[in-house]
Design a protein around this ligand. Structure first.
Ligand code: ADP
Ligand code: TRP
Length: 332
């Protein structure tokens, strides 16, 4: 039996290098394996917890879809869809909500960190928290469990969410028998957290990202902004604690990486290292960037692919949805 793999990305910003390295790249590698069935989606309902502007929601959703396709996702193999086009996910989300202890949601990190921020700035604890954000992990559990997913490739920050999905599934199974498959996460150990321009985790929320499909001039400018220390060019540098080297490794060949490691240890100017980084990154991204731009100017092509994907997704999950409902006594 093939393993079911599933992952989603929410449209809350432009796809950046962290998203690519942490989620898209490993997911694409799994999609190539004969032994895996893959389901990848635009998590627009998750995006709705944050994005409340119609135009922005549309553009960001197309952006996420176009990024996957431009980077090589084959929609004939992987099931590729918009979350909101599969209403059963939302239906299951309610069912699961009835098996999700509220305390589990209180501990979920997206909610918890907002509460902490509010406390620190003297605001009311739940200021700016909508119920969508609070119950976010339940919807994510529904995404995962409805497809009987075994493997969820994600970045490190999503581990807790997959664990919550496991907890909810186990609660449910305790009551009704082995209905849900218990999912596992897979993270890229080495680059589980790709650093951003300021050295913290690259994230839309920190405004420190390098958008993957940035035009060359802007890409170079952004790379030049990466924080470095003031050591002179000739001073030997530790490649393993350098953001520049961490990024370089993702796009260079093993020969280039070895050589760059040597140059770091021998002493390389930060300006020079950044130039090299730009070169490998830009040559990697050149082709997908063209495809991305083309797709973004033909959104009807994206719609066509996503609509077909949603149909395939629903065909796949409808029998299981029925089984779930039967098991809780909703059909007679
Ligand atoms: P962001 O933190 O920018 O809001 P998302 O939460 O939308 O990113 O993440 C989408 C996917 O990309 C998730 O699987 C997440 O773990 C992964 N990801 C995001 N940022 C990074 C990073 N800096 N390093 C590795 N993976 C990341
Ligand atoms: N919460 C994930 C993120 O912020 C996106 C997501 C939604 C997801 N549903 C999912 C990831 C299901 C994996 C599986 O990145």
């Amino acid at each position: 039996m093939n393993k079911q793999v599933l992952t989603g990305i929410k449209p809350t910003g432009r796809i950046h290098l962290g998203n690519y390295i942490g989620a898209i790249k490993p997911a694409l590698q799994l999609a190539e394996k004969q032994s895996c069935d893959t389901a990848y989606f635009v998590a627009d309902y998750h995006g709705l917890t944050k994005i409340h502007d119609k135009q922005e929601m549309k553009e960001l959703s197309y952006g996420v879809a176009a990024a996957w396709l431009a980077l090589g996702l084959n929609p004939d193999r992987a099931i590729f869809y918009r979350q909101s086009d599969v209403p059963e996910i939302f239906e299951l989300s309610w069912i699961l909500a009835c098996y999700a202890p509220k305390g589990l949601m209180n501990r979920a990190h997206a909610y918890k960190s907002l509460v902490e921020e509010n406390k620190e700035s003297g605001k009311e604890v739940d200021a700016g928290v909508n119920m969508g954000l609070f119950t976010y992990p339940i919807l994510m559990a529904a995404d995962i469990l409805l497809f009987q997913t075994e493997i969820v490739p994600v970045g490190k920050d999503q581990i807790q969410h997959v664990e919550i999905a496991r907890d909810i599934a186990e609660n449910f199974n305790k009551q009704y028998g082995e209905i849900f498959v218990i999912p596992e996460y897979v993270i890229q150990e080495e680059t589980a957290v790709l650093p951003g321009l300021d050295g913290r985790k690259m994230s839309k929320s920190y405004n420190n990202t390098i958008p993957l499909f940035e035009e060359p001039k802007k890409l170079q400018k952004l790379i030049n902004k990466i924080k470095t220390d003031s050591s002179p060019p000739e001073e030997p540098k530790d490649p393993d604690s350098s953001v520049i080297f961490a990024l370089y490794k993702e796009f260079a060949t093993s020969g280039q990486i070895k050589e760059m490691r040597r140059r770091f240890q021998a002493g390389i100017g930060w300006g020079e290292a950044k130039k090299e980084l730009f070169q490998v990154m830009n040559s990697f991204v050149e082709e997908p960037r063209n495809r991305y731009n083309e797709l973004m100017s033909n959104p009807e092509d994206i719609d066509f692919i996503l609509d077909k994907g949603a149909e395939r997704a629903r065909n796949k999950i409808l029998p299981f949805m029925r089984e779930i409902k039967e098991n809780i006594g909703l059909y007679h």
